[in-house]
Design a protein around this ligand. Sequence first.
Ligand code: NAD
Length: 500
Amino acid sequence: MTDLTAQALDALDRLGVKDPFDPAGELSCHSPIDGSELGRLRGNTVQDVATIIGAAHAAFLDWRAVPAPVRGRLVRELGELLREHKAELATLISIEAGKITSESLGEVQEMIDICDLAVGLSRQLHGLTIATERPGHRMMEQWHPLGVVGVISAFNFPAAVWSWNAALAFVAGDAVVWKPSEKTLLTALACQSLAAEAARRVGAPAAITSILIGDHTVGAALVDDARVPLVSATGSTRMGKEVAPRVAARLGRSLLELGGNNAAIVAPSADLDLAVRGIVFSAVGTAGQRCTSLRRVIVHESIHDDLLARLASAYETLPIGSPLEPGTLVGPLIDQQAYEAFGAAVDQAQADGGTLVTGGQRAEVADGYYVHPAIIAMPSQTDIVKAETFAPLLYLLTCRDLDEAIALHNDVSQGLSSSIFTLDAREAELFLSATGSDCGIANVNIGPSGAEIGGAFGGEKDTGGGRESGSDAWKNYMRRTTNTVNYSAELPLAQGVEFA
Ligand code: NAD
């Protein structure tokens, strides 16, 4: 047994997952830290999916009748369990997804935060009272539980994405069936264990929370099941384009959180010290494997050379290594495929006329796929720049004015997150206006990554249009009914229609 396997098993044990491995299992769990196999798991079959969804639906029929503030207790328990087990869940995330400890702890904190938000929401799932044209009538809307919510999640937020969905779905009165990434199954087993314990503590039906272990074929069975009114799918745009038409074919709802190609504009007035710190965190954090990672910097020509020099010197001192080592800022890529995609993009950008300013090579750390984060100065926004490469690869583009910067900014198919570094209020407001950034998230003087749970999270265009987390995203997990009550003895018809 490797040291990492021992650490993972210890964390799992403390999270309530006992002896998960089966040497005969068909699914292999790896750590990107050293590429080693942690163990093997037996997956669910497509037949299992139908049974699990059936049980979830039955649990939903009971859960929907529990008053929402009482449902909130389940999520409060989940939040308490996450507080109690923050360190071991973070260790598991680092071992399986390769995040540095601080970011893994941050991911668990994000789960705690969404639980807090959802508990408050459980007393605020309110509808409107609306003026009616008919005398002696009242019109209002109510929000009711929706049903079984299918959650599909990506490897890079192996726990938080589930919690964004699950915490809201549970207070909304729904059951959750989760298909996690096949690359981060142990973290998913741990989250499921905590949710099951929270359900047990409050006496909620056990099948309110369940998990499907398997690859995209298991995911597809979830997507196709008519007993799942909402499929919330987080992952690549390729996956979203497969999932969305299948859900639409049965007239289900989908909530899509897909790829990004996020940019920052750096204007001549920018505070460059601040901009450099914001850019480096957003481009290099999580080894460039966040959906909101910064991938393009669009800098004014007058400060291009200065910014480039500062970024290059910041990149050259970045500590690369095991995410479990204190002081590391850049951990590994998830696997060989991610490493090859990084290398291919670096080569293609140079073939397109780009200048490799720094990085781009493999860093020799253990047996994992570690890389030196790259900056490439591009003469124009070529196809490779318009594609999302899920790695620490930053393209630098030059602009002459803000109009050109915004045009370049919006000239990609994705629309997740964006930012501008400027001290000019006019420029900042224009960027945030209807004619500025076309993304779901637009920031001023911070990078595009590192969102808080209080705001709605998601993006436009190829990012899929979904919104999760805060603001009114909870409405996605409920169904709205409009009710008209006649408290008079007359029967006036709307629009003045006479029927007598
Ligand atoms: P991926 O698309 O390869 O896989 C995501 C999930 O979809 C996995 O659980 C996978 O098994 C499942 N899946 C794939 N094809 C499917 C199908 N046909 N039917 C059902 N399920 C299917 O993504 P990944 O490599 O794990 O994650 C990286 C991608 O996710 C990046 O593009 C990133 O930008 C995106 N992402 C987006 C957000 C967001 O909120 N917008 C958040 C995290 C990650």
